[in-house]
Design a protein around this ligand. Structure first.
Ligand SMILES: [Zn+2]
Ligand SMILES: [Zn+2]
Ligand SMILES: [Zn+2]
Length: 165
């Protein structure tokens, strides 16, 4: 009984995610909805931080703060802490540093290639074979895969050129 309920919930979540990609609900409405589900409301500060994250590849806290000029640093940190708790943003860990971007619910799932020299992240083209292989590997472990992150690390074309000198 419990297993079925969990499975049902799982499929429902997947459907919701799919639904949000396909429907025309704009991302700010979606943000408002997630916040409301958790008894929170959309404030000027939260809206500002959300806007700073939208359409951008992973950023450091420092970059997010400098992209939110109208609000103070403490408000940015508070909004990010809330967004992380509610799964609105996700952390990408590279060594002891991390960067933040909107989670797969707000930004279609993708992988990154991050340069070890300049720190720039590029989006890796979607590849269904990679996705399927990851699901197969999880299945072999009897593991119910909920999400994953995949990051390639190395040197971007520009830095490869600089390193040659
Ligand atoms: Zn990204
Ligand atoms: Zn680079
Ligand atoms: Zn993936």
């Amino acid at each position: 009984m419990h297993v079925y309920m969990l499975l049902e919930q799982h499929y429902f979540l997947q459907m919701c995610r799919k639904y949000c990609y396909d429907c025309n609900m704009n991302s700010t409405d979606q943000l408002a909805q997630v916040l409301k589900q958790h008894g929170q409301s959309i404030t000027k500060q939260r809206r500002c931080v959300f806007d700073a994250l939208q359409g951008r590849e992973p950023q450091t806290m420092h970059e997010i703060v400098s992209n939110c000029t109208q609000i103070d640093r403490a408000s940015v940190y508070r909004a990010i802490a809330l967004f992380e708790r509610l799964g609105i943003v996700q952390r990408l860990q590279t060594g002891w540093k991390y960067r933040l971007e909107l989670s797969d619910e707000f930004h279609e799932h993708h992988h990154h290639a991050t340069c070890l020299l300049c720190g720039q992240s590029q989006v890796v083209a979607e590849d269904s074979a990679v996705e399927q292989q990851l699901h197969r590997l999880a299945e072999q472990l009897g593991f119910q895969l909920e999400k994953h992150q995949l990051e390639l690390q190395g040197y971007c074309a520009k830095c490869q050129y600089l390193l040659k000198d």
